[in-house]
Write a protein that binds this ligand. Structure first.
Ligand SMILES: [Cu+2]
Length: 153
C-alpha cells in the first residue's frame, strides 16, 4: 500500500525538478542569444600578451597594451556607449586566452582558429566609467598584465 504522504512528496519533487529543468533550458537559450541588430560588433583577438580589438564596420584594428606601472593602456581601449548592445567575436592567435570583464559578468575563451560569439549590454553609467578587461586563462609569462579597459563613452 502506497503511503499518500510519500506519494505526495515524490510527485512534488518530480514536479519541481521538471519545472527547474524547463526554466533553466529556456533561460540558457535566451542568455546565449545573439541580437539580430547589435549596436556595435567588435572582433577581439587574444595575443601573448595583449588584446587586439577590430571593428569590421570600418576595417580598423588596434593593439591594446597594458602598462602595470601606470595602470593605463596604450594603443587604445574598448569604447562603448551606455545602454548599447555589443556583439563580441572572440578568438586567439597562439594559445588559449580568456576575455573577461568581471564588472559585467562577461567571460569567454579566446581559442585559436575558433570564434566564440556573445553579446552584452553596457549598463547606464556615467561617461568615463572604466571596466577592467583581464585575461583569466593562464597563457604564459605575462598573463598577469594581459589587461585592457572597456570605457563607457
Ligand atoms: Cu592569460
Amino acid at each position: 500500500m502506497v503511503n499518500r504522504l510519500e506519494l505526495g512528496w515524490t510527485l512534488l519533487t518530480v514536479a519541481l525538478i521538471v519545472g527547474v529543468s524547463v526554466y533553466s533550458t529556456v533561460l540558457l537559450y535566451h542568455v546565449d542569444a545573439i541580437p539580430a541588430h547589435p549596436d556595435e560588433i567588435v572582433v577581439v583577438v587574444g595575443h601573448q600578451w595583449f588584446w587586439q580589438f577590430c571593428y569590421p564596420v570600418n576595417h580598423t584594428c588596434f593593439n591594446s597594451t597594458y602598462d602595470a606601472t601606470t595602470n593605463t593602456v596604450s594603443g587604445g581601449a574598448l569604447w562603448a556607449a551606455p545602454g548599447s548592445t555589443v556583439q563580441v567575436n572572440v578568438t586567439g592567435t597562439d594559445v588559449v586566452h580568456s576575455f573577461n570583464i568581471p564588472g559585467l559578468g562577461v567571460r569567454v575563451d579566446a581559442i585559436p582558429a575558433r570564434s566564440n560569439v556573445f553579446s552584452f549590454t553596457v549598463p547606464h553609467v556615467a561617461a568615463g566609467t572604466q571596466y577592467l578587461i583581464q585575461c583569466t586563462e593562464f597563457c604564459g609569462t605575462f598573463h598577469g598584465i594581459m589587461r585592457s579597459f572597456l570605457i563607457v563613452t
